[in-house]
Design a protein around this ligand. Structure first.
Ligand code: NAP
Ligand code: GLV
Length: 315
């Protein structure tokens, strides 16, 4: 039995070293150079697998994503049908995301970019501030990541709401569900966060129409967006136009339709856009390899896999 990394855009040698450390007995292979006999390979961890690579593994039993999202696997047009796909649901990854969301909500709430700009010019501008309770934060996606962020923001005193497909009940968080409650959810959100997966239904969801439905009752008059879900969810031209027209106050973007974000993209230089290079929640090689190795062991012992992806649903 062998395990194969198919991660052409990742530092695979580093991941192989991590897997060797946490599972020394596992036969770890790397695509393409260290593939070996394809018949041996029963488990794979893939991220943006080129077409026909997974299809060419005749004895594949499980496909692992090395992150929470699985869009990088599902976009393989030749993905073999019927093979279970397991995604990451691990406290380490979740806590990293929560740090990012809390950091960027606070960055806007405390106007840190304004303070940084003032410091560059040695300006002492002690402008009035407001309490966390003055801001309504709305989180699209109340899954593993969304729920943890919602709880931490709630504990800081923000008025928190969330929106998901199925109804949730989270103490101290206003929970909205489904398309029929989307507008009501938007209407009470001064800061809109996306922690949604990339699916056909969420593609382009952060567009001009969505932005126009957001609350304008908050202290910044215009709303703020934070996208740490996937780049496909944002219509970048709408975001830029809404920033310039004053319909949007500011944006933090961690994910982009094209990554790395091209150097000539106007998002880079917009004064009200904060760009981070898809690092909101970084997969730690040793942590994630330990998670994958534990699931392989479960599977080998006849136990059910956990955190399986519903391929039809897309996440
Ligand atoms: P998850 O547990 O599967 O949660 C996804 C949430 O989105 C669920 O609450 C789901 O609703 C909701 N949802 C999906 N489609 C929807 C729709 N059409 N309308 C309304 N709600 C919808 O996933 P997670 O672990 O929290 O991760 C979420 C996403 O974060 C990942 O898919 C990935 O794209 C992104 N991510 C980004 C980074 C980064 O570094 N930027 C790192 C990790 C993850 P239900 O609860 O009703 O199913
Ligand atoms: C990263 O983007 C992930 O999906 O974990």
């Amino acid at each position: 039995m062998a395990f194969l990394f198919v991660t052409p855009t990742w530092p695979t040698a580093l991941w192989k070293a991590a897997m060797n450390k946490v599972a020394p007995k596992l036969d770890v292979r790397i695509w393409p150079d260290g593939l070996g006999r394809v018949e041996d390979i029963e488990y794979t961890a893939a991220w943006l697998p080129p077409a026909n690579v997974l299809k060419g593994l005749p004895n594949l039993k499980v496909i692992f994503s090395l992150g929470a999202g699985v869009d990088a696997i599902l976009k393989d047009p030749t993905l073999p049908a019927g093979i279970p796909i397991v995604r990451v649901n691990d406290d380490d990854l979740t806590k990293r995301m929560t740090e990012y969301i809390v950091l960027h909500v606070l960055l806007h709430h405390r106007q840190q970019r304004r303070i940084d700009a003032n410091q560059k010019q040695k300006i002492w501008d002690s402008f009035p501030t407001h309490a966390a309770s003055a801001l309504s934060v709305g989180i699209m996606g109340l899954g593993v990541m969304g729920q943890d962020s919602a709880l931490r923001l709630r504990d800081l005193g923000f008025r928190v709401a969330g929106w998901s497909r199925s109804r949730k009940a989270i103490p101290g968080v206003d929970c909205f569900a489904g398309p029929s409650e989307f507008d009501a959810f938007l209407g009470r959100s001064d800061i809109l966060i996306s922690l949604l997966p990339a699916t056909a239904e969420t593609d382009g969801i952060i567009n001009r129409g969505t932005i126009q439905k957001l609350s304008r009752k908050g202290p910044f008059v215009a709303p703020i967006i934070i996208n740490a879900g996937r780049g496909r969810q944002q219509v970048a031209s709408d975001i830029l136009e809404c920033l310039d027209s004053g319909e949007l106050y500011a944006a933090t973007l961690d994910v982009f339709a094209v990554e790395p974000l091209p150097a000539d993209d106007p998002l880079w230089s917009h004064p009200r856009v904060t760009i981070t290079p898809h690092i909101a929640a970084d997969s730690d090689p040793e942590v994630i390899c330990a998670y994958v190795a534990a699931q392989i062991e479960r599977h080998q012992n006849g136990l059910p896999l956990i955190n399986l992806v519903d391929v039809k649903r897309g996440y």
